[in-house]
Design a protein around this ligand. Sequence first.
Ligand code: GDP
Ligand code: IMO
Ligand code: MG
Length: 424
Amino acid sequence: MPANIVIGTQWGDEGKGKVIDILASRAQVVVRSQGGNNAGHTVVSGGQTYKLHLVPSGILYPETMCLIGAGVVLDPKDFISELDEMERRGVSTANLKIDPRAHIVMPWHVRLDGLSEKFRGGNDIGTTGRGIGPTYMDKYERCGIRMCDLVDPAVLAEKARATGRLKNKIITAVYEGEAVDIEAVIKEYNAYGERLKPYMADVSVLTYEAAKAGKTILFEGAQATLLDIDFGTYPFVTSSHPLSGGVTIGTGIGPKMIDNIIGVAKAYTTRVGKGPFPTELNDATGETIRNKGGEFGTTTGRPRRTGWFDAVIVRHSVRVNGLDGLAINKLDTLAGIGDLKICVGYVKPDGTQLRDFPASLEELADCAPVYEDFPGFDDDITACRRFSDLPETCQRYIERLEELCECKVCMVGVGPDRDQMIER
Ligand code: GDP
Ligand code: IMO
Ligand code: MG
């Protein structure tokens, strides 16, 4: 498995961190290429739980190189807290590198995230409030501050004064918010730059050299396909490209380097934040799945919305990402909840069926999900380690997902621990 991508196929939190941690035992390099600390990736090992936001999920292996690519937006304050927490728990961060081109989340980005959400009123996106959208806006506006600027006090001061002045105008005049103290920010961020300077290295070059040396590389997706700025449920999306295509741009490598693309899904669906969710369960079953599955945001602690597995969505992900295989997590959560349903298509009010996920949210809102019923199971499957150990109904459920999503299932998660995975 020389170069593998692992990405989310639904609305995030599919258990990408767990899959990366498992595969990282056979890799030498793990790379993040987009998103920021809006991500929350959980790794459970030996009874210890690690919640990672910017640090790649390969960090528990001391020899593994962990890289943060140019396409990531980095909040230095949160990142340093994460580094300190890792070191406190005895996890070395010596093999971590950040690309000089990665954009920096500044205090005005966080403030603008909150203000613009408030301004939207009831039509807010339900962002994580981490300043992700405003940081990517500045990147494309070409007024962003990058990692290479952060570590250079003169450049940082010049760019922060120029951009900060404009941002303060927007904060105060447009949103009637409180201005940011730019000189205090420069001082604070100088200290972050000093601290992070040793971590800066060209991730494109490091990844390329690793590939040339025959090392195994894992690309860790954050967010997920339905949160993609183009192929997700726009505007209820994040501001980056969590798709497999985003990996090459966000790292600075060619698409021909990639050998294998794995999509991660849950055996049901969840979503945190606002936006459409055709198979959402606003009933006791939804509540049971939320409580059994511990469906509360890793980053914000918000309750996740829950619903049945939607094969239209995952098939969309199989296509737009070119998936080679699926990892289906949290099958164990479905035990004992009664009979199951899988969404196999959408039907419009005039009776016509929709096979592919629509672009228009108005069209989507008019659709109703078409379900296939499936017998439930009560068995505790958390100790199963081979596919054949699973009850017959579980095997049939997974095989049906494979057929509907048109992609083979290569891993089945039966618990949060790195050991609780069936590989096929
Ligand atoms: P990510 O953002 O895709 O990395 O996923 P999160 O870490 O935000 O959320 C996934 C949650 O499900 C975490 O609490 C994981 O520990 C947990 N998890 C992952 N796989 C399984 C599984 O197969 N079974 C159970 N019960 N929990 C799982
Ligand atoms: P991981 O990597 C789930 C959602 C937010 C919101 C929308 C936009 O853990 O799967 P943003 O702060 O990015 O501008 O918010 O995207 N969102 C996630 N939902 N998992 C994530 O990451 C998410 N990252 C962003 O809830 O709906
Ligand atoms: Mg998460």
